[in-house]
Design a protein around this ligand. Sequence first.
Ligand SMILES: Cc1cc2nc3c(=O)[nH]c(=O)nc-3n(C[C@H](O)[C@H](O)[C@H](O)COP(=O)(O)OP(=O)(O)OC[C@H]3O[C@@H](n4cnc5c(N)ncnc54)[C@H](O)[C@@H]3O)c2cc1C
Length: 637
Amino acid sequence: MHLDAKIPSGPLAEKWDKHRFELKLVNPANKRKYNIIVVGSGLAGGSAAASLGELGYYVKNFCIQDSPRRAHSIAAQGGINAAKNYQNDGDSIWRLFYDTIKGGDFRAREANVYRLAQVSNHIIDHCVAQGIPFAREYGGLLANRSFGGAQVSRTFYARGQTGQQLLLGAYSSLMRQVAAGQVTMFPRREMLDIVVINGQTRGIVVRNLITGEIESHGADAVVLCTGGYANVFYLSTNAMASNVSATFRAYKKGAFFANPCYTQIHPTCIPVHGTYQSKLTLMSESLRNDGRVWVPKTPGDKRPPNQIPESERDYYLEEKYPSFGNLVPRDVASRNAKTQCDMGKGVGETGFAVYLDFADAIKRDGKEVIEQKYGNLLQMYEKITASNPYEEPMMIYPASHYVMGGLWVDYNLMSNLDGLFVMGEANFSDHGANRLGASALMQGLADGYFVIPYTVGGYLAGTSRPEITTDHPAFTEATRYVTERTRKLLSINGKRTVDDFHRELGHILWEYCGMSRNDDGLLKAKTLIQELREEFWENAVVPGSSEDFNQSLERAGRVADFLEFAELLVMDAFERKESCGGHFNEAYQTEEHEAMRDDENFCHVAAWEYKGDDTDPELHKESLVFENIELTQRSYK
Ligand SMILES: Cc1cc2nc3c(=O)[nH]c(=O)nc-3n(C[C@H](O)[C@H](O)[C@H](O)COP(=O)(O)OP(=O)(O)OC[C@H]3O[C@@H](n4cnc5c(N)ncnc54)[C@H](O)[C@@H]3O)c2cc1C
């Protein structure tokens, strides 16, 4: 099957303008005739629902939480990129485009990434107009800081709470539309299936998480903005409710899942401290603007950090990558931390940690300046670890954090299923094999504020859809499937908790499909996952009933999906016989232990098609064509 990304023709810089002109428009009066479902109310979903409502469409917006303000986006700390060049340090749309393609190890589509860089500047203007309190310089201009994989300062931020502030902006716009009657909010609903009729996506089936009722909702188009699946690793920096269920159920209805093995391990998280821990805490990459990463030069050196003299410290990132230093991209920083710990140079009780040290920055700029920049992050660290980062170096270690894989979408952000759009972290689009810091917020808001308002109109105006109601047999069938699955989960009556299965799944993935992978390990993981899944359906315990608020049931459904999805993730990793970005297969590395791509055979998007529970999925490939950037070995030296 040919996967058509529908990339417009013409010069790169003119594609988006040209495409917007060529897309059919829906006239203002006709917009009222269309209903659009947006699932998810994070930065991608919130911005999309608000923008579509403002345009005049009728929007139904669904989310798991009790309020859109509690979407996982609220956790984003460090910032959002844009090519404003306020620092006059050489930034441009082209440089942001180039850095993002290179950061993703040349595994993203040029046209999508260029559009993202173009639109990035509009996002900042839009958010400033909404009143987002971005940090400012003394003179009043917006301030910037640096993030990994860039040699310019292009990251806009609101202390360590950028996601929260941006989400409040999107939420205000959303609530304006709710008040105007354009958007209807459906909080506490979990989407459990999509409904496809004659090849067109026409609705969803959700469970009301308070009453347990299964509801059907029809629409002219469905926009999935349900976030990422990093929680498949069990321990991650994501919110507890982040899941793969919505995208995985869409996959089972025919939407292709792209690059599931592209997962991001973030280098700076508070290290794991115990078996029964359920969450990991991110320490924003922004800290590496001023914090210096180091380990003792001698393996096994257990002296407290302040007793290790300068000459006996290994600032391995500065040493190995003098141009980018501590701000190398995440995949590179994470792998290097692992290498140091594997060499016995890790610190702390477990030996799985490296130092992030602010002593020099405090000496240079003063404690007050550091506190102003990162105060809330350092306070969070101290609360969790009971160690004062102003006085002794922080301890950090890589953790599962973000996913570049997601549902396959074309240039219009539409999946291979007509009328099913996918945005934000839920799609696979812009980050290739590794996402640069501060680019996820940029992508989510680009998709929601500036791409979908045009492309959904093009779809609605360019296709015809028969009238349907939720009495249609396709809704009845989806409802039956969801009800039956719920019943099955509740009737397992086993002995082992769902969390325990999830924890074991996380161990398998971390061990065999984490920061480094090899073919034997991946094959082993596949078998272990299958065995674990079998045991789950025989021995899991899911208490309570389906007719009221039952978080055990919610979790069981999500873990059941993770147990199926994990196998797809591992298969995708096995199939990609190269290393690129976050996907590091030990068999493919340069002499300096960097990821070694195989552009001749793997310069493609791997898009998987579901073929049935007992049949392997089918792999489709979308070739990536680079007309503007030369493919090179990525170097941050
Ligand atoms: C700790 C942390 C810090 C980060 N910091 C940064 C940063 O500084 N800069 C940056 O660019 N990126 C950062 N990121 C990444 C970024 O926050 C996320 O990629 C981004 O917020 C995802 O937005 P989203 O709208 O796609 O999804 P989310 O914000 O995850 O929203 C998902 C929405 O979908 C809903 N949902 C999910 N499943 C279902 C379902 N089945 N049915 C109904 N609703 C459903 C949820 O209720 C929610 O409303 C960070 C990530 C983490 C974990």
